[in-house]
Design a protein around this ligand. Sequence first.
Ligand SMILES: Cc1cc2nc3c(=O)[nH]c(=O)nc-3n(C[C@H](O)[C@H](O)[C@H](O)COP(=O)(O)O)c2cc1C
Length: 351
Amino acid sequence: MSEMLRVGVLVGSTRPARRARAVAEWICAGPEAGELGLDPTVVDLEEIGLPMLAEPDPPAFGRYALEHTKAWSELVAGFDAYVLVTPEYNHSTTAVLKNALDHLYAEWQDKAVGFAGYGTGGGLRAVEHLRGITAELGMAGVGPQVALDIFEDFDDQGRCEPRARQTEARRRMLTGLARWGRSLRGLRAAPPASDGERPRLHSPVDAAEASAAVERLIETLQGGGDTTDADEYDRMFADDILWGSPYGRTLAGYEQLNEIHHTLMAKSVAPPSRFEPVQVLAPAPDVTIAHIRRRALPDGTGEPGFSEMAMYVLIKRNGTWWLAAGQNTPIADPVEGPATAGGARPGRRGR
Ligand SMILES: Cc1cc2nc3c(=O)[nH]c(=O)nc-3n(C[C@H](O)[C@H](O)[C@H](O)COP(=O)(O)O)c2cc1C
């Protein structure tokens, strides 16, 4: 983990003559960011172009169906802290910024957030609303904030030319962000607190990424199985993968397993199948454990094909997820079960 704190500076307005982009650049441009160990990146919601939220599940479930949400999730998850740059629109923040926040859940949690508002009265009411919204998302809102006046801190062309005292406000806000951002990074690395002695290992912060990794694994298993392509089936297998066969054999290493899969697929041993996630756990950063069901589909012979339940361990190495271990259990009838990110308690508070 690098020492620098990665800060996403969200540009919260998108209309053609907006001021938000100039404010975000001014936040990043000062010497304070570097001095405080912050590595700021402008995240322009105009360029991101998120449509209005259209996910079938609430974001708290950490299960995203739409590609643009997955991309937004990955981008946001990569930051340690954020600055929200917002104008005041009708005594609140903008729809585009609220929509961007609403799209995700775990990615925001336990992260620090600073605010830079502007308007005819410093954007104070917009930031006040954002404080409530971000608190609900489990973010730690830094007290000192930037409040720019559109008549005093911008020139006639809408360029950000803040008065001298605003530089001090920027420093105070970023100082708070660095302090809390650094502390919360430590908190996120630790397992979530449990009620008793026994730890709860699943981290909601990592749940979305874990679910995405499992989806990718299922895509390769499904694609390889459908086309009887053993190389595609084994695409995410690590070189030293450990594999428990449904017949009790222990297989070690990609080479041995891939050879067996070539033989089995040439003989079409497995019936047409559908792979489904059952449960996903994110017990540590870059580690995912998944229970995946392979459900045999009718193949026209009238014979019931055998199904399997499999336990998989995935590890992320240099930004890529690999299958480290798997254990298959043959079953006669697939057991129904939840397809959820295990520790996320999605039903809590009716989300
Ligand atoms: C839809 C809309 C509503 C606004 N409502 C307020 C307001 O309630 N309070 C305020 O101080 N300024 C208000 N303004 C003025 C904006 O703060 C000012 O135009 C600002 O530059 C808008 O941000 P933008 O240029 O990034 O879009 C409003 C502007 C717009 C476009």
